[in-house]
Design a protein around this ligand. Structure first.
Ligand code: PFF
Length: 445
């Protein structure tokens, strides 16, 4: 692992890592999950999950990454030589390919919707947006071409390396993302239905809360924070000792949650203004939002800004999904970063093509009622991510133990870590037990 680089600046560390976490999970999945699960109560539970489960998991991944300065497979291998723990890293690589498979398809959709929004004709009277989305997403070539285009952009960033590619893209794109979110959020607050939208988001009503609500919030926290497959581990392997893991974990969890809530402020006032059901599901962003934009003045402008926001969020998260796998392949097989990335690109595109076709012409091939796209989504969020997170917390809590936790969180004595006992308790007991609960729930339902 000679010549392994680090991120150049602390700001770069935060922006790149937040770029991994903030993605389709925040802006596409969070609003519809909140909408489906009753709004504010879901959000409160979600925040609880981030604090109790998300932060310990981030800390555990950061610790393994920075302590080993290695890719996910070699990280576990280095910290626990001659044990099967490296399999956790290998599972992460597999998970990375699987998430990438469907994530690249949705990333492609966001690119296409952005460019379509720029065209005037998208908002001509009488467009049926539900039909438009179905025809587009079930088409044979178009969605695949968009996914390929999106993946070429990701490949370009990753090939340029840690500093010039990943760090630079985070430094440019994340401020743009925050600016867009702010502009759209302020626009949302001035919509006629804003009060109703905000009430839906912020007035807790626990009457509809069930076990499913709690477990959906847990699952959402997991996916949204990018925990469980080694993406954060890989990024933290590029952290220097000057980076405080504790502070970075809070910044990532805090900003990720902020973006999710801001996305709610963008989506719900608009949805209520136009009398649309907030529980519209996954179509909320690709079907309902165009309907909302069509009824607004300057529809093209607002719609373009919104899909640009979504495309940027998807892109920076895709970069981290790609990087975790590329780091392993290039280091393990001693390939150049560019060649490794090209290899990953080819596999991801093949999986993406299958995912996309499985919504369309290959729709009749299902397993347990799920097409390939849904299967990958289910397999990763219900099984692989929770399992990866569970094993990582067990590894840090029980295999590495309190001394390594103290050493790494304090950056070898550089920082004071006041809550060390709390973290140890969360990593050893609370997080594994909660994750096991999501895991079992998903398996049994
Ligand atoms: N956190 C990303 C999102 O919210 O869209 C998705 C993701 C990225 C999950 C990277 C897992 C991962 F390793």
């Amino acid at each position: 692992m000679q010549n392994r680089t680090n991120f150049a600046t602390k700001l770069g560390v935060i922006l790149a890592t937040v770029g991994s976490s903030v993605g389709l999970g925040n802006i596409w999945r969070f609003p519809f999950e909140a909408g489906r699960n009753g709004g504010s109560a879901f959000i409160l539970i979600y925040v609880g999950c981030v604090l109790l489960l998300g932060i310990p998991c981030i800390l555990a991944e950061f610790l393994v990454g920075r302590r080993s300065h290695a890719n996910p497979v070699e990280a576990f291998g280095k910290l626990a030589p001659r044990t099967p723990w490296y399999l956790v890293g290998l599972m992460g690589i597999f998970t990375g390919f699987c998430i990438n498979g469907f994530y690249c398809v949705v990333t492609g959709w966001t690119f296409s919707y952005f460019l379509t929004s720029l065209r005037g004709s998208f908002f001509e009277d009488g467009t049926d947006y539900s039909r438009f989305f179905t025809e587009f997403s079930t088409g044979t070539w178009q969605p695949i071409l968009w996914a390929v285009l999106a993946m070429l952009a990701v490949h370009w960033v990753v090939s340029r390396g840690v500093r010039k590619g990943i760090e630079m893209s985070g430094r440019i794109l994340m401020p743009v993302l925050f600016l867009l979110l702010l502009v759209l959020g302020v626009r949302g607050l001035f919509m006629p239905g804003a009060a109703e939208g905000l009430r839906f988001l912020f007035m807790p009503d626990f009457s509809g809360v069930t076990a499913t609500t709690v477990l959906s919030a847990l699952g959402q926290a997991f996916f949204s924070l990018s925990v469980g497959m080694g993406a954060l581990l890989t990024y933290s392997s590029y952290f220097s000792d000057e980076v405080s893991l504790e502070k970075t974990a809070y910044q990532v969890a805090g900003l990720d949650t902020l973006v999710a809530i801001l996305a709610g402020i963008v989506v719900f006032p608009a949805v209520f203004s136009f009398g649309i059901q907030p529980s519209a599901g996954p179509g909320l962003v690709f079907v309902t939002m165009p309907e909302v934009f069509a009824g607004m003045p300057l529809s093209n402008l607002w719609s373009s800004l919104f899909y640009l926001l979504l495309a940027i969020a998807a892109l920076t998260s895709s970069v981290s999904l790609h990087e975790a796998v590329v780091a392993f392949i290039s280091e393990h097989f001693e390939l150049s970063r560019r060649k490794a990335s090209l290899f990953v690109l080819m596999i991801v595109v093949c999986m993406g093509a299958l995912c996309s076709l499985s919504i369309g012409v290959l729709g009749k091939y299902t397993l347990g009622g799920r097409n390939f796209f849904d299967m990958l989504d289910f397999l990763t969020s219900a099984f692989l991510l929770p399992f990866g997170g569970l094993l990582t917390t067990l590894f840090v809590g029980w295999k590495l133990g309190p001394a390594s936790l103290q050493e790494e969180l304090s950056s070898h004595g550089r920082y004071r870590v006041r809550l060390i006992k709390v973290y140890l308790f969360l990593i050893r007991f609370v997080a594994p037990i909660c994750i096991l609960a999501i895991f079992l729930f998903n398996l049994l339902m």
